[in-house]
Design a protein around this ligand. Structure first.
Ligand SMILES: [Ca+2]
Length: 160
C-alpha cells in the first residue's frame, strides 16, 4: 500500500513537472502566448532600426498581423498591459517598411508583402520620408511614419 502511495506521488510530481515544462517551452522568457504566437511588448521607445535590432537580439521578428483576429488579440493584450493606443504618440512599430522601394511595403526578414490590407484610411502617404509602419487606433491600423520616430514595438516568435 505504501509503495503504491509513493508511486502515485511520484507520478503526480512527474505530471506536474511536465505541465510546467510544457508551459515554459511555448514562449521564451518575457514573451506572452496569444493565439499561435508569442509576443513581447517593449516598455521603452526606440527608432524602427533599434527596435529591429532588439527583436533580432531576442531571436524574434517584429510584428506583422496575419489576420484581423490577431489585431483584436493584440489590442486586448495591450489594454491589459495598461497601454493605450488611441493616439499616434502611443503607436507601436511593426516589421513593415518600404525602405528599399517607395510604395513597396514588405515584411523585414522575409521580404514578403503584408498578409492583408490593414492600412488606415489615407495611409500610406508615400512621400519618401515615411518608410516604416506602426499601428495605433481602436483597430490597430497601419500608418507609415519616419523610421527615426521613437515608439514602443512588438517582437514575436512562433509558439514552440
Ligand atoms: Ca503616414
Amino acid at each position: 500500500m505504501d509503495r503504491q502511495l509513493s508511486y502515485s506521488w511520484f507520478l503526480c510530481l512527474v505530471l506536474s513537472f511536465a505541465a510546467t515544462e510544457e508551459k515554459t517551452i511555448r514562449c521564451a522568457q518575457g514573451f506572452a502566448a496569444l493565439g499561435d504566437k508569442c509576443y513581447l511588448v517593449s516598455l521603452e521607445k526606440a527608432s524602427w532600426q533599434d527596435a529591429l535590432r532588439r527583436c533580432h537580439a531576442l531571436n524574434a521578428n517584429m510584428l506583422v498581423f496575419d489576420n484581423v483576429i490577431e489585431a483584436d488579440y493584440l489590442k486586448s493584450y495591450l489594454n491589459r498591459l495598461g497601454l493605450r493606443t488611441d493616439d499616434y504618440v502611443q503607436a507601436l512599430w511593426t516589421s513593415l517598411n518600404d525602405v528599399e522601394r517607395v510604395g513597396s511595403f514588405i515584411i523585414e526578414r522575409t521580404s514578403k508583402p503584408m498578409p492583408f490590407n490593414n492600412w488606415e484610411v489615407g495611409q500610406p502617404q508615400l512621400d519618401g520620408t515615411e518608410d516604416c509602419v506602426a499601428i495605433y487606433g481602436s483597430t490597430l491600423r497601419y500608418h507609415d511614419y519616419a523610421c527615426s520616430n521613437k515608439y514602443v514595438y512588438v517582437c514575436t516568435t512562433p509558439l514552440s
